[in-house]
Design a protein around this ligand. Structure first.
Ligand SMILES: *Cc1c(COP(=O)(O)O)cnc(C)c1O
Length: 468
């Protein structure tokens, strides 16, 4: 089969899958041994027809696919794919640009420039800030913290890019008690260590307490980075970044904000108050593959001081045809050298939604999360553990009293996952097991919420009566 015919066939396979999304069981159906059997075997010596390979792959993988792109997947914080973003992703693969250098993909570089300006505008961040399109929140945190490491050590007279950390002035890294694990892994990769961090106590919703930060900083001396968070993975809660930034800047420190999904609150007039002062930070990390609903993978690193960002990330080599200044070399802003042209999906998603569409997407998910919380809370023995300020809901099931809540909640989560109407994972919050619901998909409707709430409550009733 010729390439073009294969692509038409693939379009059919992809369409077939997408059509099953609203109906198929949300969790994967196949177990590990059956997937290994269906997909495994020795590498054949002789090649095979591309169409046959793809058709086999599609059929064998299908039972092991999770409908996380569909409307009733509420696990972790995972978005779907907007139609325009998915289409742009197909083109990005067909075009196969190496978006490391302008010279390798001028259109990819310019699309990044345009999408970067749109994002800064949407988030209300400084228009001169620099933006790197990375693989996810993990690398966005890494990039922002690398820029911060550069800046605070430069102020102390140390060039960390050339001289490393051995013999450098010690850097204090202060994190909220509820920091995401990717902050700690980023610090590990940056040579700052995950155990050396100075924790700051959080309040009941998981927000860093400014009074605690103030007294923590008073005990510290020297270069300092403070990691704040907007959008706690459990509660959706927001650190008071404006207040934090004022406290940290008074002492010459750097404020990095992990806003993997929470930063998107800045795009809504209704929700913007939650991120008040976020523009006073120094670096920000967010995701495209969560709330913007572009396909995996896409993260976004933003830094106020573009020079610090570039110095921390760029590499120079005599054999590379690098920009002399006018053009954007995307690799100057990311840890990756050769890289996928990630800007295309972001560009297409933003343009297809428009400013109002982004706001509507974010506000709709929050409204649906509220609706889910209200539906569940109306049933006896169900407790919502968080203030539902954003798109995250923490639920606990205690029909037989608080003491048996942990085991019962875990059992309800497992039952819901097996039943297949919707899917979400468990979590721990303040020493209690909980069901964690995240509404992040562009295609979720009120009917999806109502149907899912019914399935969850039915699972809880079945668990209570011990039926199978
Ligand atoms: C998801 C998440 C991350 C990590 O992002 P990835 O895209 O999974 O790398 C970091 N911080 C927060 C708050 C998150 O929700």
């Amino acid at each position: 089969m010729r390439d073009t015919e294969l692509l038409d066939r693939i379009a059919g396979l992809a369409r077939g899958f997408l059509e099953t999304l609203p109906h198929r069981p949300v969790g994967a159906r196949a177990d590990l041994p059956s997937l290994r059997t269906a997909l495994g075997g020795a590498l054949p010596a002789a090649g095979a027809d591309a169409t046959a390979v793809i058709e086999h792959l599609a059929a064998a993988a299908d039972p092991g696919l999770v409908a996380s792109a569909g409307p009733r997947y509420f696990g972790f914080v995972i978005g779907g794919s907007l139609p325009a973003a998915l289409a742009a992703d197909w083109l990005a693969a067909a075009w196969d640009q190496d978006a490391g250098l302008y010279a390798c993909g001028p259109a990819a570089a310019v699309v990044e420039e345009v999408a970067a300006a749109w994002l800064l505008d949407l988030f209300g961040l400084p228009p001169a800030a620099s933006v790197g399109f990375v693989t996810g929140g993990q690398m966005a945190n890494f990039t922002g913290l690398a820029a911060g490491r550069h800046a605070v050590l430069q102020r102390a007279g140390w060039g960390v890019e050339e001289d490393g950390l051995i013999g450098a002035p010690p850097v204090n890294v202060v994190v909220g008690d509820e920091a995401h694990l990717t902050i700690l892994t980023s610090l590990r990769m940056l040579g700052l260590g995950s155990r050396r961090v100075v924790p700051v106590a959080a309040d009941g919703q998981g927000c860093m307490r400014p009074d605690e930060l103030h007294s923590t900083l008073a005990r510290l001396d020297g270069p300092t980075i403070v990691c704040a968070q907007v959008g706690n993975v459990n509660t959706g809660a927001f650190d008071p970044v404006g207040e934090i930034a004022d406290i940290v800047h008074e002492r010459g420190g750097w404020v990095h904000v992990d806003g993997a999904f929470g930063l998107w609150a800045a795009t809504s007039p209704e929700l913007r108050h939650l991120v008040r002062g976020v523009d006073r930070a120094d670096s920000w990390a967010t995701d495209g593959h969560k709330w913007l609903n572009v396909p995996y993978d896409c993260g976004i690193a933003i830094v106020r001081d573009a020079a610090a960002h570039k110095t921390a990330m760029t590499g120079r080599a005599s054999y590379l045809v690098q920009s002399s200044g006018a053009e954007r070399d995307p690799q100057d802003w990311t840890p990756e050298c050769s890289r996928r042209a990630r800007g295309f999906t972001v560009y297409a998603a933003l343009k297809s939604l428009g400013r109002d569409g982004v706001t509507a997407l974010v506000e709709r998910c929050c409204r649906l999360a509220r609706r889910m919380a209200d539906r569940l809370a109306a049933a006896p023995g169900v407790r919502i553990l968080n203030e539902v300020v954003l798109n995250q809901v923490l639920v606990r099931f205690e029909p037989a009293g608080a003491a048996r809540g942990d085991a019962f909640t875990k059992a309800v989560v497992a039952r819901v996952q097996r039943e297949g109407t919707c899917w979400m994972a468990g979590s721990r919050w303040h020493g209690m097991d909980a069901m964690r619901i995240s509404v992040s998909n562009w295609s979720t409707t009120e009917a999806d919420i109502d149907r899912s709430a019914e399935a969850i409550l039915a699972a809880a009733r079945a668990e209570a009566t011990g039926s199978t």
